[in-house]
Design a protein around this ligand. Structure first.
Ligand code: GLA
Length: 378
């Protein structure tokens, strides 16, 4: 199967960790279907770690869903999710145990792929804890990649080896549709900034069919949940996080409690113009233009299908600042007679054509993002 644009959806881990159950999944499916999320493109509902019994069934060798958390079994849950028009995702691990110490798929890859197909699974996140030392990680991912392809159901293969072993160089050939390239995100400004920036030099490997996954979003968590921090982030910081993910063409997997989304969170993650940039069919990575050497202020400039551009100004400093870029740096010298006209993707404001330099004022830890069109000025 082919994933032409980065997957979008929701994952249990960031907020709920091990506190997952049938009811949470059904309620979340309802919200996704009814609040405009599905319509906006968020189609995968993914159950992360901690969904199974602590041990495999001794007779069949299969992984069994936790009987208390999922008393009706997993097929009933996936049928419900599918009945809402969503796709259903699950989780396992290339090692002998998962990261939270439930059964992993090592040595059971083909059986488990069949089990996930029986569950009606459309997406498998595949982690990297407890890998036997004498086994090559790449081989284990190839194994599950093949097992999924032969299980009789189309299942997105979401590799999660945190960037180890230069994963960007072989994930595509191992059958992955997306590959995690970073350690686990936390709900803090510093965490999302460091994660995103660490991947800027590697974005050329992320392309249609196999995406660089810089982890689930924390937008809207405000410090609650499983990867929460005391302070969480402000709305300005969440806006910068979401915009960074979109400009980088990253998978958009939400991680907050969708049942309790604030108005600001909803508006942000449903921003159709930002989503359009993330899902742009030309799938080009952005060019990064730093101001100064410390990446505290930088501009991301991305070619879009149809001839427009996305341009994001990010200010990681602790106070408001102008973030400058010379059009000359983008390849539009003054003598060309061309300039850029901009539409602000948060406010809809249209700015007349500019030449020479763009330097919006950007709030601390924030961003300004525009859709830009090239126009002849004189
Ligand atoms: C790892 C992954 C996380 C999450 C947990 C579950 O840490 O990177 O995204 O899946 O395992 O235990």
């Amino acid at each position: 199967m082919i994933l032409k644009t980065p997957p979008m959806g929701w994952n249990t881990w960031n907020t709920f960790g091990e506190n997952i159950n049938d009811r949470l999944i059904r309620e979340t499916a309802d919200v996704m279907a009814e609040s405009g999320l599905l319509e906006a493109g968020y189609e995968y509902l993914v159950i992360d770690d901690c969904w199974s019994e602590r041990d495999r069934d001794p007779e069949t060798g299969k992984i069994v869903p936790d009987r208390e958390k999922f008393p009706e079994g997993m097929r009933a849950v996936s049928d419900y999710v599918h009945s809402k028009g969503l796709k259903f995702g699950m989780y396992s691990c290339a090692g002998v145990r998962t990261c939270a110490n439930y059964p992993g798929s090592f040595g059971h890859e083909y059986l488990d792929a069949e089990t996930f197909a029986e569950f009606g699974c459309d997406y498998l996140k595949y982690d990297y804890c407890f890998k036997p030392q004498n086994f090559d990680g790449e081989l284990l991912y190839r194994r599950m990649g093949l097992a999924l392809r032969s299980c009789g159901r189309d299942i997105v293969f979401s590799m999660c080896s945190w960037g180890s072993d230069d994963v960007w160089s072989w994930a595509r050939s191992a059958g992955a549709h997306l590959y995690r390239s970073t350690g686990d995100i936390e709900d803090s400004f510093k965490s999302f900034r460091d994660i995103a920036l660490s991947q800027l030099p590697k974005l050329a490997s992320s392309a249609s069919g196999c995406w660089n996954d810089i982890d689930m979003l924390t937008c809207g968590m405000y410090g609650d949940g499983n990867v929460g921090t005391e302070s969480g982030c402000t709305d300005t910081e969440y806006a910068a996080e979401f915009a960074l993910w979109c400009l980088m063409g990253a998978p958009l997997m939400l991680g907050c409690d969708l049942r309790k989304m604030s108005g600001a969170t909803k508006k942000l993650v449903l921003n159709p113009e930002l989503i359009k940039i993330d899902q742009d069919p030309e799938c080009r990575p952005p060019q990064c233009l730093p101001w100064g050497s410390d990446m505290q202020r930088f501009v991301l400039f991305r070619h879009l299908a149809g001839g427009d551009y996305a341009i994001g100004f990010f200010n990681m400093c602790d106070r408001e600042a102008g973030v400058p870029v010379y059009l000359e740096q983008l390849g539009i010298p003054l003598h060309s007679g061309y300039g850029l006209k901009l539409t602000d993707l948060f406010t809809g404001e249209e700015l007349p054509a500019r030449q020479e330099i763009l330097m919006p004022k950007v709030p601390a830890h924030g961003c300004r993002v525009y859709r830009a069109g090239m126009v002849k000025v004189k």
